[in-house]
Design a protein around this ligand. Structure first.
Ligand SMILES: C[S@@+](CC[C@H](N)C(=O)[O-])C[C@H]1O[C@@H](n2cnc3c(N)ncnc32)[C@H](O)[C@@H]1O
Length: 378
C-alpha cells in the first residue's frame, strides 16, 4: 500500500532530512517549514523511522482539505479511510496545531476531530463501543492558512530520543541537531573529528554512529509496531538489513574533550550506551591544548555561551582564543554552533558560511570555516 508521509524536523535542517530520505531511496515530494513530504510503502515508512538522523517524527498523512468551520472539519475527517488504519479498541489521542487559520481553538479542534474519527469508524465498522484499551493512535490535525491535514504519528516518542543519553550537562544540543551538523560538514569516516567543548558528548557520539552507519532508532520502539495494518515480519526484515549495513571496518579518530572531568565521565557513559565508546578518545583538557595530528581534521563544537556570560572577560577571551585557533589551523574545517550573534567579531575571521539553526526553541548560528573539502567516494 502506498503511503503519503511527512517527516518533521527543526527549522533549518529540512534539506539535510531530504537528502537522508533520498539516500534511503524514498521519493521526496515537497519540503517546507520543518516538514519533508514523501511517498513510500510500508518498508519506507519503517526505514524512515529507523534510519533518519535528523527527523523529529514520521507521520502518515491520511488526507488534506481546506477547512474553515467545525462542520467542514467534521465532514473532512468523516470521509477519511480511517477503517484501514485504526481498530476501535485503540486509544485515540488527538492533538492540533493551527497557524494563520480560521479555526484556532486547539481544544475544540481536538474534540471535534476525535468525535469525527469515532463516528466515521462507528458507521464503517458497525461498532458501538470504543473502550480505548489497546494501542495508542496519536493523531495530529494541522492547520496552515485554512489547509488542514490529518496525520497519524508512526514514531511515538520523538526520534531525537535515541535512548543512549541519560547523562547531560547544562546546555546539551539535541541529537537530531548534532547529527544534522555532522551531515552538513566535511566530516566523513576517513577524517578525524574533534569536539573540544563536548559536554555530554552528543556531537562525537552522533558522528561515530553516522561513521559506523548505526541506525539511530535501532535501540528503541516505534508506535507503528503496534498498528494492526503493519506487518511485523516486514519490520524484522527491515531491522535485519539495518544490522547488515553497519560498518565494522576502520574509521578515523574521534576526540571528545571538555575542561570538566565530570562531563567527560558522562560522555563516556553515554558513548558506552550508544555502542561507540571504543571509537572515541575521551580527554579532560582546556580547548587551548587542542593539537591536530591529522591532515584535514573537522572540528564540530558548541562552546559555552550566554548573553550574561558574554559580558564577562573570561568568555570574550574564550571566543578570541578559539578564533586564534581557527585562523592558525588552515587545514582544518570548523563548525561552531552558538547563539552568540556576533561570534565572527570575537573570532576576528569572517565565516565561509553561516546558517541559522534551532536547538529546540533557542535560535543558534552555525559558523562554518571550510578547510580542504573531502574526496567523496564516486
Ligand atoms: C554548551 S556546553 C556543550 C554541550 C554539548 N554540545 C552537549 O550536547 O552536551 C559547553 C561545554 O564547554 C565546556 N568548557 C567550558 N570552558 C571550556 C574550556 N576552556 N575548554 C574546554 N571545555 C570548556 C563546559 O564544561 C561545557 O561542558
Amino acid at each position: 500500500m502506498a503511503l503519503e508521509c511527512v517527516a518533521t524536523t527543526a527549522f533549518g535542517i529540512e534539506a539535510v532530512c531530504r537528502r537522508e530520505l533520498e539516500a534511503l531511496g524514498v521519493s521526496v515530494k515537497e519540503t517546507k517549514n520543518g516538514r519533508v513530504y514523501f511517498t513510500t510503502d510500508h518498508s519506507g515508512m519503517m526505514r524512515a523511522n529507523l534510519h533518519l538522523c535528523t527527523a523529529e517524527r514520521v507521520h502518515i498523512v491520511l488526507g488534506r482539505a481546506f477547512v474553515r468551520s467545525f462542520d467542514e472539519l467534521f465532514a473532512f475527517v468523516g470521509k477519511l479511510p480511517v477503517e484501514r488504519y485504526f481498530r476501535p479498541e485503540g486509544k485515540f489521542i488527538v492533538n492540533a496545531k493551527s497557524v494563520k487559520s480560521t479555526l484556532f481553538s486547539l481544544r475544540d479542534i481536538q474534540s471535534v476531530g476525535k468525535k469525527a474519527v469515532l463516528e466515521n469508524l462507528r458507521s464503517k465498522l458497525s461498532v458501538s463501543a470504543f473502550p480505548e484499551t489497546a494501542e495508542p493512535y496519536r493523531i495530529l490535525l494541522t492547520f496552515e492558512k485554512d489547509e488542514s491535514e490529518f496525520w497519524l504519528d508512526t514514531s511515538g516518542a520523538p526520534l531525537h530520543k535515541r535512548g543512549y543519553r541519560e547523562d547531560t550537562g547544562e546546555a546539551p544540543i539535541k541529537e537530531t541537531l548534532a547529527a544534522a551538523i555532522v551531515l552538513l560538514s566535511f566530516y566523513d569516516r576517513t577524517r578525524a573529528l574533534y569536539d573540544p567543548f563536548t559536554g555530554s558528548g552528543t556531537i562525537p557520539i552522533e558522528a561515530a554512529r553516522i561513521a559506523r552507519n548505526i541506525p539511530p532508532g535501532l535501540d528503541r520502539t516505534f508506535d507503528f509496531e503496534a498498528f494492526p495494518f503493519v506487518d511485523d515480519k516486514l519490520y524484522q526484515e527491515v531491522k535485519r538489513q539495518a544490522y547488515t549495513g553497519i560498518h565494522h571496518g576502520d574509521i578515523g579518530p574521534i576526540r571528545a574533550a571538555d575542561i570538566d572531568a565530570k562531563m567527560i565521565e558522562k560522555t563516556r557513559k553515554n558513548a558506552e550506551r550508544a555502542g561507540v565508546a571504543e571509537d572515541i578518545d575521551f580527554v579532560s583538557e582546556d580547548f587551548r591544548a587542542m593539537a591536530f595530528a591529522d591532515p584535514h581534521p573537522v572540528v564540530i563544537t558548541n562552546p559555552p555561551y550566554g548573553e550574561r556570560l558574554m559580558q564577562a572577560e573570561d568568555f570574550r577571551r574564550l571566543y578570541r582564543d578559539l578564533g586564534d585557533i581557527i585562523r592558525r589551523e588552515k587545514n582544518a574545517s570548523f563548525y561552531i554552533l552558538t547563539p552568540v550573534a556576533n561570534a565572527e567579531g570575537f573570532f576576528k575571521k569572517k565565516a565561509s558560511r553561516t546558517r541559522v539553526l534551532f536547538n529546540g526553541p533557542i535560535k543558534t548560528r552555525l559558523y562554518q570555516y571550510f578547510g580542504p573539502p573531502p574526496k567523496r567516494e564516486s
